[in-house]
Ligand binder design. Structure first.
Ligand code: DAU
Length: 347
């Protein structure tokens, strides 16, 4: 790949690096399926949430190259960016609870890692788009209404603050250096291959094993759920028709209270409500996120996956693919130590 300078077709670099993996691995798969003329390079640090298994069916694809490396390592990430027409930068530490326990990796990967890629992007001769994957968490908690792209950023936890830093840093490279940046702010993704620390895969896999579902606080916090394939299709639209320097919200329009989400999961699995176990709340727990997606809809995107159906399919995927999550939950000492540290003191 690195010698192929004369033969540059569209090359897509997706930084993974402990990313919110339903998004990145699903996007790689989606890109290979829907863009027959794309060569895809995935850069992944393979830390706790980045796993080769997430890409098991496309590892040997003839238009996909997997690179094991860190975006912070400019010697690895720099040449990849410099040879690319398109960069979609998913690489991030993503789990809010972990950022509350220790924020250092979030600053390094999410902020400094983004800086490293942006510096390479300044030098990239063929670069047409650099999509910075941001999050609705940068707006902070929204008691009523929905966040618009022009709203003030009020991140309230270390993860959200590092993503807000990266979001604005990317913007500055467009405003200052003319790098073709587009920023997307997505709501909570759900779907297959999501690391079982996030609420949906955690609750589904706990429920399958008749283990308690640790619901934070009063369970009335609201999240907007976006199916990962709707997110992939939104990325296609902004890559194709978005405007440089602009921000686009990507939300599923499914604002659901955590307690209702939990009940639905139990209902799909036919498990008792008694598995719901209220536990101490997350520190600084944002009460509600909600996105106004008028701007992206103006480019022709609408979410296609019905939430009830998408959730049922996602639950079925975890039920049918224990080979993917059981080794994490049952054999990974790092995950088990995290689970104890996160939940033992809460109950
Ligand atoms: O909103 C987009 C964000 O969604 C992304 O930027 C983040 O990377 C992603 O992690 C996610 O953040 P959340 O904190 O909303 O996701 P999480 O799955 O951790 O939690 C969803 C909700 O469920 C939240 O209100 C906290 C609650 N929760 C979570 C866990 C893990 C529980 O009640 N119990 C739990 O054990």
């Amino acid at each position: 790949f690195f010698q192929a300078e004369d033969d540059i077709r569209d090359k897509l670099v997706t930084g993974v690096q402990t990313c919110d993996l339903p998004i990145c691995s699903n996007f790689v798969r989606h890109a290979l399926q829907t863009h027959a003329d794309w060569n895809v390079n995935t850069l992944d640090k393979l830390t706790y949430a980045g796993r080769r298994e997430n890409l098991h069916d496309v590892m040997d694809h003839d238009r996909h190259v997997f690179v094991h490396g860190d975006i912070l390592d400019a010697a690895v990430s720099g040449p990849l960016v410099e040879q690319s027409h398109l960069v979609v930068h998913f690489a991030a530490e993503t789990h809010v609870d972990r950022s509350i326990m220790a924020a250092g990796e979030f600053i390094r990967t999410d902020v400094e890692g983004t800086f490293t890629l942006l510096e390479a992007a300044r030098r990239a001769p063929h670069l047409r788009r650099f999509v910075q994957i941001s999050t609705d968490e940068v707006y902070g908690s929204v008691p009523t209404g929905s966040s618009r792209e022009t709203d003030e950023l009020r991140p309230r936890n270390p993860y959200a603050a590092s993503k807000a830093g990266a979001d604005r840093l990317a913007y500055s490279y467009w405003a200052t250096h003319g790098v073709p940046i587009i920023i997307t702010r997505a709501s909570n993704n759900y779907g297959p291959y999501q690391f079982p620390e996030k609420v949906i895969p955690l609750f589904v896999t706990n429920a399958i094993d008749d283990r308690p579902l640790p619901l934070y606080g009063d369970g009335r916090n609201v999240r907007d759920w976006l199916h990962v394939l709707d997110h992939c299709r939104a990325l296609d639209v902004v890559i194709d028709r978005g405007v440089d320097g602009e921000v686009y919200n990507v939300g599923g329009g499914n604002d659901v209270m955590n307690v209702d989400l939990t009940r639905r999961i139990l209902q799909v699995l036919g498990k008792p409500l008694s598995l719901i176990t209220p536990v101490a709340d997350r520190q600084g727990h944002d009460r509600r996120y909600s996105l106004d997606t008028t701007k992206l809809r103006g480019l022709g995107w609408t979410p296609q996956v019905d939430f009830a159906q998408g959730l049922a399919e996602t639950v079925a995927w975890y039920r049918d693919n224990p080979w993917w999550w059981r080794p994490i939950k049952e054999q990974d000492p790092q995950f088990q130590a995290y689970y104890r540290a996160q939940y033992n003191s809460r109950t």
